[in-house]
Design a protein around this ligand. Structure first.
Ligand SMILES: Cc1ncc(COP(=O)(O)O)c(C=O)c1O
Length: 354
């Protein structure tokens, strides 16, 4: 006799969902066995790369657009504008196609042709503009805002400071993690770009557990947040840089602003550890993740060592390595960043590109 497949345990729903937007979220929570065995903790990764647009930013994109709809700011046939070179643009392009909006993306003209092409394939109107500092009015973010203001029935989603971003994680990612762990979770950690994921999830877990679940920021070099938190609120100058994309910040965004004071601490992860984890996750778990996700996993492991065995620690697997593979698996690129030696001998076989 055929035994029923335990669909719900595998993260599936038993009913169909409405289109692209209905497929955002409800991602599996994966136990990372190698790390869990090594630390004596349960280290769990929320598989956000399984969102239909391929990243955690599908949630922010949907949250921002639905918020504008609810506010009556975006009506049928309207235009969604954002300044982004990354996953938010991809998420917005998908959401806009699914909902029938135009999507206009401003980005610095230093971005790869691959990124521009992908957004255009997804139907977005891509406008590469000179790469100038934020203080300059011609910066891509300001141009996005101005264009939206000058266009009827258009919104600037403003992913960094529009708190509908964190709110969506508060309403979806946080509750999903709480349910999927059966309320057995001690700590949460992830890195931040806008801060939407960290702030939304951390606030939900803090409130629902009466402060028992502690959240920690994970930060790459070149971001000011680690020193801000560990110095008790002094913003310092940016120093260093990182190969990770989509994360690291020079300021406290509005999305992060309300939650940062509640964080239990911060971890700074060097690129050597993040890149090694990209390869290790592939080798021991069969999971193909980008560098920001790998940084999150390193942070979860370090947290496990700090907190001691028996704890459950959750982090975010933001996106897959597909969008970065020409760099992350290229010997020349790794050498140019001084990272070739960070890959252990037995994992060097994965460096398949020249
Ligand atoms: C690959 C990747 N990881 C992490 C993040 C950070 O997420 P958040 O903006 O919610 O802080 C982003 C944001 O763009 C991203 O693209």
């Amino acid at each position: 006799m055929l035994r029923p497949i335990p669909l719900l345990r595998r993260g599936f729903t038993t009913h169909s969902v409405k289109g692209f937007t209905g497929a955002v979220g409800s991602t599996p929570l994966i136990r990372l066995k190698g790390l869990s065995e090594r630390t004596g903790c349960d280290i769990l990764g929320k598989a956000e790369f399984q969102n239909p647009g391929g990243s955690v930013k599908d949630r922010a994109a949907l949250g921002l657009v639905e918020h504008a709809e609810r506010q009556g700011l975006l009506k049928p046939g309207g235009t969604v504008v954002e300044g982004t070179a990354g996953n938010t643009g991809i998420g917005l392009a998908h959401v806009c196609r699914a909902k029938g909006y135009k999507c206009v993306i401003y980005m610095p003209n230093t971005q790869s042709q691959e990124k521009i092409d992908l957004l255009r394939m997804l139907g977005a109107d891509v406008r590469p503009v000179p790469a100038v500092a934020y203080e300059n009015p011609k910066n891509y973010n300001h141009q996005a805002k101005e264009y939206a203001e000058a266009t009827p029935n258009a919104i600037w989603t403003n992913q960094f400071d529009n708190t509908a971003n964190a709110e969506f994680h508060f309403k979806t990612t946080g509750p999903e993690i709480w349910t999927q762990t059966g309320h057995k979770i001690d700590a949460f950690t992830c890195s931040t770009g806008t801060g939407g994921t960290l702030a939304g999830v951390a606030r939900y877990l803090r409130e629902v557990s009466n402060g028992k679940v502690k959240s920690y920021l994970a930060d790459p070099p070149g971001s000011v947040l680690y020193s801000y938190i560990t110095s008790g609120g002094k913003l310092t100058e940016r120093s260093g840089s990182s190969i990770t994309e989509g994360i690291g910040q020079g300021r406290i965004t509005d999305n992060l602003g309300t939650e940062i004071k509640h964080l239990a601490g911060a971890l700074q992860i060097p690129d050597e550890k993040s890149i090694k984890m990209v390869y290790e996750m592939l080798d021991t778990e069969g999971i193909y993740i980008g560098a920001s996700s790998a940084l999150n996993v390193v942070a979860a492991e370090e947290l496990a060592k700090q907190l001691g065995p028996g704890k459950t620690i959750v982090t975010i697997l933001c996106d897959g390595a597909y969008r970065y593979q020409s760099r992350l698996f290229s010997r020349q690129w790794l050498a140019s960043k001084g990272l070739e030696k960070a890959i252990p001998e037995d994992l060097q076989k994965y460096i398949v590109l020249p």
